[in-house]
Design a protein around this ligand. Structure first.
Ligand code: WTA
Length: 648
């Protein structure tokens, strides 16, 4: 028998659009479409006006410089500093005592960090970096868990003009090493150990073991576990204590690199996505303020992402701090110590705006409404999602169980490359449709096109493109302009950014993003490259060849499935499955481990030797096989199909 909740959700499924309540609309910062019309009249001029909300040493007189596409520049003659915008200006305005982060540790520890405290630590750590010879343009790696020091490290880099390169804490030390090498990093900020669900993993020791090639390693003492310290190593707290208290911020040109963030692409080598200062900060600050309808100081905001992903960069660090907002930062997992921890924190800190990923919502839905039911969530007034398309059922659960049917949900579409939100609904203006991200934001232009770049008719699936430069856009791939051009700007020319997502637009102009069209997987909202996972699997001595696909998964959106051919006469076994999974975890990180391994004597390839992943997806998901006529050896498919059936 259906429960009451299931019954109510089924009824809601019939409802296709959800307008904001009158109450929400009347209090919203933007409550009509005038902003869109204004932006559309002269998008570059409109962005320049938004840029004035930042503090500049020298105000920019120019907006977009599009003389050398696709190498666009924004606000190029302005100078500023991101850390000043995130900290000094609030402290100077008398808001030093405002809490920047209510930090909560995994074991229940609490720390409230004010803007003044953050500024003090950032200045000292900036000086510590300088004392180790780090300055303008030097890359600094950061490999830290969700602790306040990660914010200090990022902003200290920004203060002295040293681009940071944050590696998500779930990645392996080998990935850290690779990313430090690729980016020529001079220093690394890491931690003695990291906690996860009651266990402590030694991080510094693992980093040492792999031999990360940097001149200095700063080590935050977080868990207190023993960690080896060499000559180049220094404890973060000691470096802070020894450093001067005042560090004048560098006056940086708007186009000075703020950070590099490696993201998965269609080859095994991750892409070093480069963001600069003025345009990025303008875009994240604007979107954070208006998409989330932020009203500092009355709002308490929580983005549950990890700071190691772009969502954390833009919507835990730069956007919220530029807007002087109070956030929650949580170290642990959503189900530790129990599955109600998120809701406990929402109640405890009076969270009003909550931003998370569909995969997390699906997990909560599975755990059941009794967990949120234990807590008072009535302070919530706006919800957001990011990272992957949300299925209407999860949307409705979020709307009903978490949002109490009163909170608009902003489904925000964007990418590491776009820097900030591009497509969503303005919550006080537009109605929402479960499963659709909405429309391009003011001054943003998107088209859904066919392979030749022609716009497809409404309600037809095509390729999503962005047809106008925007301030938060990536400027290049670190030291690889050619790959930057080839990946994003070759298909449709230097005016049209190739997104890599399939989408359709409905009659109201709402975009429905379907998923990636390239060999990039989206596992729990995390981008993974099939090629990168394949190359990790193939580096196992017993493996001859591997093909990785994303398989539709109820919980994680997609999961990793690998077709593996073993060396010589070797037979697949459960032990070998475990070995290969561990091997991938060590090479890339746990989140890249294949959920399913299918042994195969051969893989379906075209005559030119390209693996046909489309067919593998059909097999793995039990679909009728598509066209097999272009295969070199069509028999391969019959054998594979037999194998997969045996396993089911
Ligand atoms: C997907 C994360 C549907 C999309 C900020 C995109 C989404 C990729 C949405 C970028 C959404 C992100 N609806 N799909 N609201 N948001 N995506 O770089 O495929 O980790 O290209 O950035 O995630 O992932 P990335």
């Amino acid at each position: 028998m259906a429960t009451d909740l299931e019954q109510e959700l089924a009824e809601l499924l019939e409802v296709e659009t959800f307008p904001p309540s009158d109450e929400f609309r009347s209090a919203a910062s933007i409550s009509d479409d005038a902003v869109r019309e204004e932006a559309e009249r002269d998008p570059a001029a409109w962005w320049l006006e938004q840029a004035r909300a930042l503090d500049w040493f020298a105000q920019p007189s120019q907006s977009l410089d599009d003389t050398d596409p696709p190498f666009y520049k924004w606000f190029a003659d302005g100078t500023l500093n991101a850390s000043v915008n995130c900290l000094d200006r609030h402290v100077d305005a008398g808001l030093g005592d405002r809490v920047a982060f209510h930090w909560r540790g995994e074991e229940g520890e609490e720390r409230d960090i004010t803007y003044a405290q953050l500024l003090a630590d950032v200045q000292r750590f900036a000086n510590a970096l300088k004392s180790r010879g780090i300055g303008r343009g030097d890359v600094v790696g950061i490999f830290l868990p969700m602790i306040p020091e990660v914010v200090v490290a990022m902003l200290a880099c920004a203060r002295i003009g040293a681009p940071h390169n944050v590696v998500f804490g779930g990645f392996s030390p080998e990935s850290v090493k690779e990313r430090m090498d690729f980016s020529d990093a001079r220093a690394l900020v890491t931690v003695d150990g990291a906690r996860r669900k009651g266990r402590t993993a030694p991080i510094k020791a693992a980093v040492d073991e792999i031999g990360v090639d940097v001149e200095t390693i700063f080590v935050v003492r977080h868990t207190g576990i023993d960690c080896p310290m060499g000559e180049r190593d220094v404890f973060y707290d000691e470096a802070l204590a020894a450093a001067d208290a005042v560090c004048e911020p560098e006056q940086l040109p708007a186009e000075h690199p703020l950070y590099i963030l490696y993201s998965s692409g269609s080859t095994a080598k991750p892409k070093g996505i480069l963001h600069t200062t003025g345009g990025y900060l303008t875009h994240v600050a604007w979107t954070h303020r208006y998409v989330f309808d932020l009203k500092a100081p009355s709002d308490v905001y929580w983005c549950s992402a990890d700071v190691g992903w772009v969502t954390g960069h833009s919507y835990i660090v730069y956007g919220p701090l530029a807007n002087g907002c109070t956030s929650v930062m949580y170290e642990g997992a959503p189900d530790y110590p129990d599955k109600d921890i998120w809701w406990e924190l929402c109640e405890r800190y009076g969270v009003t705006i909550f931003y998370t990923a569909p995969t997390a919502i699906r997990a909560c839905m599975k755990w059941g409404e009794q967990y949120p039911g234990r807590h008072d969530l009535s302070a919530l007034r706006l919800l957001g999602t990011v990272g992957e398309p949300i299925n209407p059922k999860a949307w409705l659960w979020y709307h009903k169980v978490i949002g109490g049917e009163r909170c608009p949900i902003v489904d925000t579409w964007w990418q590491t490359e776009t820097g900030a939100i591009m497509i969503t609904t303005l919550p006080g203006v537009q109605q929402t449709k479960p499963g659709s991200a909405g429309t391009p934001l003011p001054a943003i232009a998107a088209r859904v096109v066919d392979d030749s770049g022609e716009e497809v008719p409404r309600d037809t699936q095509g390729l999503l493109t962005l047809t106008r430069p925007w301030p938060g856009m990536l400027r290049t791939l670190y030291k690889d302009d050619d790959r930057f051009v080839a990946t994003y700007w070759e298909k449709f020319g230097p005016q049209t950014y190739f997104v890599g997502d399939a989408a359709r637009r409905d009659d109201d102009g709402y975009l429905w993003v379907i998923g990636r069209v390239d060999d990039v997987l989206n596992v729990s909202g995390h981008r993974m490259s099939t090629a990168e996972i394949e190359s990790a699997i193939v580096s196992h001595p017993k493996v001859a060849e591997a093909a990785v696909i994303g398989q539709t998964d109820e919980d994680t959106g997609q999961s990793v499935a690998a077709f593996v051919t073993l060396e010589g006469e070797l037979e697949g076994s459960d032990e070998l499955v475990a070995e290969i999974r561990d091997h991938v975890a060590a090479r890339i990180g746990k989140l890249a481990r294949p959920k399913r391994i299918i042994w195969s004597d051969d893989l379906p390839k075209t005559r030119s030797g390209k693996i046909m992943r489309r067919l593998l997806r059909d097999i793995a998901e039990g679909r009728e096989l598509g066209d097999v006529t272009t295969l070199r050896d069509p028999d391969v498919m019959a054998k594979l199909e037999g194998r997969v059936k045996e396993l089911q």
